[in-house]
Design a binder for this molecule. Structure first.
Ligand SMILES: Cc1cc2nc3c(=O)[nH]c(=O)nc-3n(C[C@H](O)[C@H](O)[C@H](O)COP(=O)(O)O)c2cc1C
Length: 200
């Protein structure tokens, strides 16, 4: 789980709710806090094409092997100006661009935390990293948003917390189902290689 907030705040509260569900089901979880780290954006140097690592040797390179190992991923962000936290986006751009591991069929989901507005656009923004990576998105019974401003207010958003708990249970089901299906059928076939950059 990636926490994009610079605070030990409402986003962390939401992730800890999910973590409790995973651990009750004997699934190891790690929360990685990236929001307060000095993470700069991608400089498009392209060195990662060859190395599978980022030239900026920071937490992105530390998380790359964990991304390869994990069976599932949750990315959570506070909503800043109807978008994800900028540090988190710098982190995710570089993490997904540098990654060479096959992420297909690793279950993913995002959670967003807002005082009031911009949750849906942020949710869509974060889900884009998964849908370009062959990662099936687990859903809950509402878009995964939790509301609160001051630290701790997330606990008061009972519907938001319920949404997170249901999300975690649905993720667990999907992880087990995919694990069984992989054993039975293997990973789906993938054709690869066409790079059409819309140049005529
Ligand atoms: C720079 C900044 C921009 C924000 N923009 C929004 C926003 O667009 N919509 C909103 O509902 N809340 C906004 N907020 C409030 C946070 O989303 C809210 O306080 C949230 O609980 C923060 O999560 P955290 O406690 O995990 O840091 C903003 C907060 C900051 C610091």
């Amino acid at each position: 789980m990636i926490n994009g907030s610079p605070r030990n705040g409402n986003t962390l509260i939401a992730l800890e709710e999910a973590k409790r569900v995973f651990e009750a089901n004997e699934i190891d979880t790690t929360i990685i806090n990236v929001g307060a780290k000095p993470i700069r954006g991608c400089i498009a140097c392209g060195k990662c094409y060859k190395t599978g690592r980022c030239v900026m040797n920071d937490i992105v390179n530390e998380v790359l092997p964990l991304l390869e190992e994990c069976d599932a991923l949750i990315v959570a962000s506070p909503v800043y100006y109807a978008s994800a936290n900028g540090t988190l986006i710098s982190f995710l751009d570089r993490l997904f661009y540098a990654n060479h591991a096959d992420l297909s069929m690793k279950v993913a989901s995002s959670i967003v935390v807002a005082r009031r507005g911009g949750a849906s656009s942020t949710f869509d923004e974060l889900n884009k990293y998964f849908t370009i990576s062959g990662m099936p998105i687990a859903s809950s019974y509402y878009w995964n948003s939790v509301h609160g401003k001051e630290i701790g207010e997330a606990h008061l958003d009972l519907e938001g917390i319920e949404t997170v708990i249901n999300l975690a249970n649905n993720m667990i089901f999907l992880m087990k189902a995919i694990s069984d299906a992989k054993a039975k059928y293997g990973l789906p076939k993938r054709i690869k290689g066409a790079k059409t950059n819309f140049i005529r």
